[in-house]
Design a protein around this ligand. Structure first.
Ligand code: GDP
Ligand code: ZN
Length: 314
């Protein structure tokens, strides 16, 4: 026998660079640190208009020369447009309790987009050490922690509180990342790189503190790459990634992307109720009864306004 081995191998694309795809084999041991296999994609993909993405599950083969080929793309369960990553199952929304201050509007925007994409979302409240001291400046940080628990726990979002500085919450977070592909999203400076470094021994991503000392912006030369984590899990490390970008979210879909509103919609008097001024609206009734958080409702109305404005302009 010469040429290619015929064995059917499967794996995950962890990196795409200069026409090569780097494939991590399935079934690797938990703590193995084997190098990914460098592969070319078969010409047939280009002809079919298919473009392999980081995160794609693939069938590949390895020639006796050691050169790999991606032979087949397995069906995708999700697809993120920017950065281009396939098969994300969990989005970890990282928000710091302070520095930068908690921005509930941004949080609700992220959540709406993630609901729209059908990806599970969880909240990670970072830098909890900054809420612990008894200084007056820490009051806002403690209030942020309390707000997130009050608003998001009752509507079913999983919340993990972490401090990379103190090593708190990393085990709980690691538990959630096992065996699936996750992406960390959040504003720059909330501590995403520090968290990944705390989760993956030996990773050593550059954090803001280091890069400012070196006098250059961080993430300038990096590209989207998957970092292997326990039990076949991966985390997409997404440089300069602060805004999740999914397919266009339609105005009529926004209500579905606020999960507690979605649950109430069948009780609204009118089909297609936008929950703004319609009589017999179950969302407004729940808001008045204190069962829907005011901030969630206000942000919803705000986004609806922004979407209408955008539509008017185009
Ligand atoms: P990224 O931009 O989201 O990747 O954030 P970085 O990980 O680069 O962190 C931004 C800044 O926050 C750096 O100065 C870190 O030292 C700091 N930082 C990160 N995690 C923590 C934490 O748990 N506690 C505190 N007090 N500071 C942190
Ligand atoms: Zn309604």
């Amino acid at each position: 026998m010469s040429g290619k081995r015929t064995e059917r191998l499967t794996g995950t694309i962890v990196k795409a660079l200069s026409g090569y795809y780097y494939v991590y084999p399935d079934g690797r041991a938990d703590d193995s640190v084997s190098d990914p296999i460098q592969c070319r994609a078969r010409g047939i993909f280009k002809k079919k208009g298919l473009s392999p993405l980081v995160g794609d599950k693939v069938v590949y083969s390895v020639a006796e020369t050691g050169e790999g080929t991606v032979d087949e793309l397995l069906p995708r369960i999700s697809e993120l447009i920017r950065p281009p990553v396939a098969n994300i199952e969990l989005a970890v929304l990282v928000f710091s309790v302070t520095e930068p201050a908690l921005n509930l509007q941004l949080l609700d925007k992220f959540l709406a987009h993630i609901e729209h994409a059908g990806i599970e979302a969880m909240l990670c409240l970072s830098k909890s050490d900054l809420a612990e001291e008894a200084e007056p400046e820490e009051t806002a940080a403690r209030a942020a922690l309390a707000d997130v628990e009050r608003i998001y726990a009752p509507i079913g979002y999983d919340i993990v509180v972490t401090s990379s500085r103190k090593g708190a919450g990393t085990d709980a977070l690691l538990e959630r990342l096992r065996g699936r592909l996750s992406v960390f999203a959040g504003q720059s400076g909330v501590g995403k790189s520090s968290l990944l470094n705390a989760l993956v021994p030996g990773l050593m991503l550059e954090t803001n503190a280091i890069s400012s000392r070196l006098g250059r912006g961080k993430h300038t030369t990096r590209h989207c790459e998957l970092v292997a984590i326990g039990d076949g899990g991966y985390v997409a490390d997404t440089p300069g990634f602060s805004q999740l970008d999914f397919q266009e979210l339609g105005i009529e879909e926004l209500g579905y992307c606020f999960r507690e509103f979605r649950a109430l919609l069948p009780d609204c008097k009118f089909r297609g109720c936008t929950h703004v001024h319609e009589p017999g609206c179950a969302v407004i009734a729940a808001l008045e009864a204190g069962e829907v958080a005011q901030s969630r409702y206000d942000n919803y109305v705000q986004f609806l306004g922004e979407m209408k404005e955008k539509k008017r302009r185009y």
